[in-house]
Design a binder for this molecule. Structure first.
Ligand SMILES: Cc1cc2nc3c(=O)[nH]c(=O)nc-3n(C[C@H](O)[C@H](O)[C@H](O)COP(=O)(O)OP(=O)(O)OC[C@H]3O[C@@H](n4cnc5c(N)ncnc54)[C@H](O)[C@@H]3O)c2cc1C
Length: 107
C-alpha cells in the first residue's frame, strides 16, 4: 500500500500533501488491521482512499490543467484572474468546484 508523496497524493494546485498523507496513512493502517483480523483484501485500501480523498485530488489536477493554459501569458492570466474573482480563486486553490458548492471535504 502506497501512501502520501510516494503514491502521488499531492494537491496539484498548491503542492500540499500533509493532510492527504495522514488520511491515507490512517486508512492504510486500518486496512492492514482489517486484513489481519478478518481477511479483508488489501486492495480495499484503494477503494477506501479514493472514497476519502480521490475527489479533491482529481479536482486539483483538473484545475491545474486548466490553469496551465493561462500561465504562459501574463495578459491571459490577468484576464482569467479578473473573470474568476477572489472567491472562486480561493476555491480553486483548495481544489473545490469552481461553479457549484462542493460536497468534497476541505483538505
Ligand atoms: C518545502 C516543502 C514545503 C511543503 N509545505 C507543505 C505545506 O505547507 N502543507 C502541506 O500540506 N504540504 C506541504 N509539503 C508537502 C508535504 O511535506 C508532503 O506532501 C508530505 O510530507 C508527504 O508525507 P509522506 O509521509 O508521504 O512523505 P515524507 O514526509 O517525505 O516522509 C517520508 C519519510 O520516509 C523516509 N524515508 C525515505 N526513504 C526511506 C528508506 N529507504 N527507509 C526508511 N525511511 C525512508 C524519509 O526520510 C521521510 O521521513 C511541502 C513539501 C516541501 C518539500
Amino acid at each position: 500500500m502506497l501512501v502520501g508523496d510516494a503514491a502521488g497524493m499531492v494537491m496539484a494546485t498548491n503542492g500540499g500533501g500533509n493532510n492527504v498523507a495522514m488520511i491515507a496513512g490512517r486508512i492504510a493502517g486500518l486496512t492492514a488491521a482489517d486484513h489481519l483480523l478478518d481477511g479483508t483484501p488489501l486492495d480495499a485500501y484503494e477503494t477506501r482512499w479514493r472514497a476519502a480523498v480521490g475527489g479533491p485530488l482529481a479536482q486539483g489536477v483538473r484545475i491545474k490543467k486548466l490553469a496551465d493554459r493561462f500561465f504562459g501569458s501574463d495578459r491571459l492570466l490577468e484576464a482569467a484572474m479578473v473573470l474568476i474573482g477572489r472567491r472562486r480563486m480561493a476555491r480553486a486553490i483548495r481544489c473545490q468546484r469552481l461553479l457549484l458548492p462542493s460536497a468534497a471535504k476541505v483538505l
